[in-house]
Design a protein around this ligand. Structure first.
Ligand SMILES: Cc1ncc(COP(=O)(O)O)c(C=O)c1O
Length: 376
């Protein structure tokens, strides 16, 4: 199999598994216990927290471990409006992941003031339209990079426009691919997940800027400084931070390699498949994603292309893993102005540090054969 769906998830790095093993076996203590194996689990978690904080220029107290990107997004949105009452309205961009859109819709159903911010043809938030909104006491949730197209949002310009409103950014896709330094990135909250960067599934984190009176959305024990209840999964936390460290140490090398893979795919598709539209811009995009749609969409739909690629031995997606398998056209591409048929006839290739150029060449050749056959 050629695996080109690394935005859905990535393979666990063997070094990450090695780091996790002691905490899955002999080191099984509960980090809240006072005896020795509990205390050593606590030390492992706090060392991981310090290391993670350093990687993004944060203070350890600003990092809260969670079960992943979905929980982090839900916790920030719901806590800000419901539990902490830090904001009285919510604005989110039309191209957010469902882990933001669905909690936002749920808050709207509960009677909160919730608005969607439009994006331009590249998928970047329309700053002029955003500037016209009343944003006093608002929480604005705009992702750092999009999971379907890879486009990176201009968070600094967004901050200028939204002034003192709270800013949350879903950094699940950007983390480990582009540098994140909270000393420079003008956000109040960030969401992270481990499994997009060769870490384990089921673990993530929130960055909550110092001074924000954040009350737990999930209640129970007093873990995570009373901001997220639940026994800490020591192995998963150690695994996530090991993966994050490796991604940071190797970022230049990995980025260069992934950019080369994506440039190769772009060239191959351009030269062998007519009537395509690239939905991933060449600038301001993640190094590992290429989203392409096919313009004579009445003959092609994304689902059939994915199935044909699967039979040919290539795993690709048409967007967010959470919607693949359903026939819904991409809400991201529709928000960028693509007609419904083109939003349906799209394929996303996403590479990783482990993808080889040969795999990219083979997958592009198979894609062009499949499209040619479907077009006749
Ligand atoms: C942008 C984005 N946010 C959130 C999530 C959800 O993260 P997790 O799978 O860790 O819950 C994903 C996963 O596809 C994502 O791509």
């Amino acid at each position: 199999m050629i695996y080109l769906d690394n935005s859905a998830t990535t393979i666990l790095d063997p070094e990450v598994l090695d780091a996790m093993m002691p905490w899955l076996t002999a080191g099984y203590g509960n980090a809240s216990s006072i005896y020795k194996i509990g205390r050593s689990a606590r030390v492992a978690i706090e060392q991981s927290r310090t290391e993670f904080a350093q990687l993004i220029g944060a203070h350890p107290a600003e990092i809260i471990f969670t079960s992943g990107g979905t929980e982090s997004n839900n916790a920030v949105l719901k806590s800000c409006l419901v539990d902490s009452k830090l904001a009285s309205s919510l604005v989110y961009s039309a191209t957010e992941h469902h882990a933001v859109i669905h909690p936002a819709e749920s808050l709207a159903q509960q009677g909160f003031d919730v608005h969607e911010a439009s994006v331009d043809a590249l998928g970047k938030v329309d700053l002029e339209a955003l500037a016209k909104r009343p944003l006093e006491h608002a929480l604005v949730s705009i992702m750092h990079a999009n999971n379907e197209t890879g486009v990176i949002q201009p968070l600094t310009a967004i901050r200028t426009v939204i002034k003192d409103a709270l800013l949350h950014s879903d950094a699940v896709q950007s983390f480990g691919k582009v540098p994140i330094d909270v000393g420079r990135l003008p956000v109040d909250f960030l969401s992270f997940s481990a499994h997009k960067l060769h870490g384990p599934k089921g673990v993530g984190a929130m960055f909550i800027r110092k001074g924000i009176d954040f009350k737990a959305h999930q209640q129970g024990g007093g873990q995570e400084r009373n901001r997220r209840a639940g026994t800490e999964p020591v192995a998963l936390i150690v695994g996530m931070v090991t993966a994050a460290r490796l991604a940071a140490e190797q970022m230049d090398h990995r980025t260069q390699h992934m950019r080369m893979c994506i440039a190769t795919a772009r060239e191959m598709i351009t030269s062998t498949i007519p009537n395509v539209r690239f939905n991933t811009p060449t600038d301001d995009a993640l190094p590992n994603i290429l989203n392409v749609s096919f313009l004579d969409a009445e003959k092609l739909d994304g689902e059939s292309i994915l199935q044909a690629m699967d039979i040919a031995g290539v795993a690709v997606s048409n967007g967010s893993a959470c919607v693949s398998g359903s026939l819904q056209p991409s809400h991201v591409l529709k928000a960028m102005g693509l007609p419904e048929s083109e939003a349906r006839a799209a394929v996303r290739l996403s590479v990783s540090k482990d993808t080889s150029i040969d795999e990219v060449l083979m997958a592009s050749t198979l894609l062009s054969e499949i499209i040619r056959n479907m077009r006749v």
